[in-house]
Write a protein that binds this ligand. Structure first.
Ligand SMILES: *Cc1c(COP(=O)(O)O)cnc(C)c1O
Length: 426
C-alpha cells in the first residue's frame, strides 16, 4: 500500500505486527478467536474532537447517527462525550436508553416511523422528530394530540443536490425516497404550524454518505439557508439548523475534507447571512466510527484457479456486507507484514457464504498462507450494525480497546442464540 493505512495512527505496525493503540491484534485474535471486530476508543474520541473543534464557541449539538455502529459500549463512548443520537427506529431508541444517552438530545429520522415508534419516542421526551413526508406530519400530529403532547419537529428537506457518491448512499436527489422536496418545504412548514400536536423546532437535510468533496455540502447549505430565511420571513421561528451527516472517510486513497475545516467554511456562510443565533446540529455516523474499527479474519484455504485465485477467509458477507451491497472497498492487510521477498499472488478475498456476491476484496496482492490472519480495515461503520445470520452464522465478537486495556463489548453469538424464538411446528 503506497498511501497511509486507514485508521492510522490508532492502527499501526509495531514490533508484534499490526497494533491497535497499545495492543497487538494477533494477541487479541488469539484470545478471542476470529472473525473479530476490534475498535479503538481513542480513534472515536479523536474523530469526535475534530467536529467539536469545528464548532468551538458555537451553539451546536452533535447527534451521532448510530445506525453506523449501534453497539452499546460504542454509544456509551459518545454519550459520555456529550453527543446526542440520530435514531431511525424504536429499537435504536431502546439502545440509547440502555447506553445511558440523554433523550432530549435524540433526533428521530427515517421515512417509515410507525405510530408505536412515535408514541414511544414522544413518551421518552426526545428532542426532535425529523419528519420526512407530508402524510407523516398528519400521523405524528394525531399521535401527539392523542397523548396530550406536542411533538417537536423539523422537516427534512430534500435539497436536490448530487453528493457524488454511490447511488445507494445518495439521499438528497429528487429520485430518492428521503425528505420533502425543496419546492414543497415552505408550504409544508406553514401547514405544520397550524397543527395543534406539533411544535416546529428546526429544519434538516442529509444528502448522502461517504461524501469526499466539499462542494455538495456548500451547495446544499446555500439551498437550506435560502429556505430558513423564507420560512422565518413568514413568522415561523426555527431554533436549529441540522445539516445531516455523510462526511466520508479514507477507505483507499480518498482524502475527504477534515471536519473542522469543512465546518469553518459552512459557518462562514451561516454568519454571512446573520443566521448564527440558530443552534447548529449535525448527524455524523461513518466519520465518527468507520476508521475506528477493523475486522480480523483468518485465511482458511487458498484456491488457485484458471481465471481467479481465491483466498477464502473465515469472515463473510454476513459480517462485512458493504462489498456485496455497494461494491465497497476495504483495505485488507496482513497482521504480520510480509517480507519484500515474499511471493505475492493476486487473489479475490472471499468468505464461506454460498453466494458469488460474498466477496470482501477483489484483486488483492497478498502473500497469504492458510492460518494467517488479515485485518479488514475501516470496519467500524456499517459492518457489525449490518451483520446478519445468513447461512446460520453467528455474529462475531467485538472488542473495544482503550490504551492497553481490551474489553469484550459483545460476546460471539452462540448456536443456541441463533435458534432463539424458533420451534418445530409439531
Ligand atoms: C445514515 C444517516 C446519517 C449518517 O450518515 P453517515 O454517512 O454515516 O455520516 C445521518 N443522518 C441520517 C438521516 C441518516 O440516515
Amino acid at each position: 500500500m503506497n498511501h497511509t493505512l486507514p485508521g492510522a495512527p490508532y492502527f499501526h505496525y509495531g514490533d508484534p505486527g499490526l497494533m491497535v493503540e497499545g495492543l497487538s491484534l494477533a494477541a487479541l485474535a488469539q484470545e478471542h478467536g476470529t472473525p473479530l471486530y476490534v475498535y479503538s476508543k481513542a480513534a472515536m474520541q479523536g474523530a469526535l474532537a475534530a467536529y467539536q473543534a469545528g464548532f468551538a464557541g458555537r451553539k451546536a449539538q452533535i447527534c451521532y447517527a448510530m445506525k453506523a455502529n449501534s453497539s452499546l459500549a460504542v454509544l456509551q463512548v459518545f454519550a459520555r462525550a456529550g453527543c446526542g443520537f440520530d435514531i431511525v427506529s424504536g429499537g435504536e431508541l431502546a439502545r440509547v436508553r440502555a447506553a445511558g444517552g440523554d433523550m432530549q438530545k435524540v433526533i428521530f429520522s427515517g421515512v417509515g416511523k410507525t405510530r408505536l415508534e412515535m408514541r414511544d419516542a414522544l413518551a421518552a421526551g426526545i428532542g426532535c422528530f425529523n419528519v420526512e413526508s407530508e402524510p407523516e406530519i398528519e400521523v405524528l400530529n394525531a399521535v401527539a394530540v392523542s397523548m396530550g403532547l406536542r411533538a417537536p419537529i423539523s422537516i427534512r428537506v430534500n435539497p436536490n443536490v448530487d453528493p457524488k457518491t454511490h447511488p445507494y448512499i445518495s439521499t438528497g436527489l429528487k429520485g430518492n425516497k428521503f425528505g420533502i422536496a425543496h419546492e414543497r418545504t415552505l408550504a409544508t412548514y406553514q401547514h405544520a404550524a397550524t397543527l395543534p400536536g406539533l411544535r416546529i423546532v428546526g429544519i434538516d437535510c442529509h444528502i448522502g454518505s461517504q461524501i469526499t468533496e466539499e462542494a455538495p455540502y456548500l451547495d446544499a447549505l446555500d439551498r437550506m439557508l435560502d429556505l430558513v430565511q423564507a420560512i422565518e420571513a413568514t413568522g415561523i421561528a426555527l431554533e436549529h439548523i441540522d445539516f445531516g451527516g455523510g462526511l466520508g472517510i479514507q477507505y483507499y486513497d480518498e482524502v475527504p475534507p477534515a471536519a473542522d475545516a469543512l465546518w469553518a467554511k459552512l459557518l462562514q456562510k451561516i454568519d454571512a447571512r446573520s443566521l448564527e443565533k440558530h443552534t447548529l446540529m449535525i448527524e455524523p455516523g461513518r466519520s465518527l466510527v468507520g476508521n475506528a474499527g477493523v475486522c480480523i479474519t483468518e485465511v482458511l484455504y487458498l484456491k488457485p484457479g484458471e481465471q481467479k485465485n481465491f483466498c477464502i477467509v473465515d469472515a463473510a458477507m454476513n459480517d462485512l456486507p458493504r462489498p456485496a451491497m455497494y461494491q465497497a472497498y476495504h483495505a485488507i492487510v496482513p497482521l504480520q507484514p510480509s517480507t519484500a521477498s515474499a511471493v505475492h499472488t493476486v487473489y479475490d478475498v472471499v468468505g464461506p457464504v454460498c453466494e458469488s456476491g460474498d466477496w470482501i476484496g477483489r484483486d488483492r496482492a497478498l502473500a497469504a498462507q492458510p492460518g494467517q490472519q488479515l485485518a479488514v480495515m475501516s470496519a467500524g461503520a456499517y459492518c457489525m450494525s449490518m451483520a446478519s445470520n445468513y447461512n446460520t452464522r453467528g455474529r462475531a465478537a467485538e472488542v473495544l480497546v482503550d490504551g492497553d486495556k481490551a474489553t469484550v463489548i459483545r460476546a460471539r453469538e452462540s448456536l443456541s442464540e441463533l435458534f432463539r424464538g424458533e420451534c418445530l411446528a409439531d
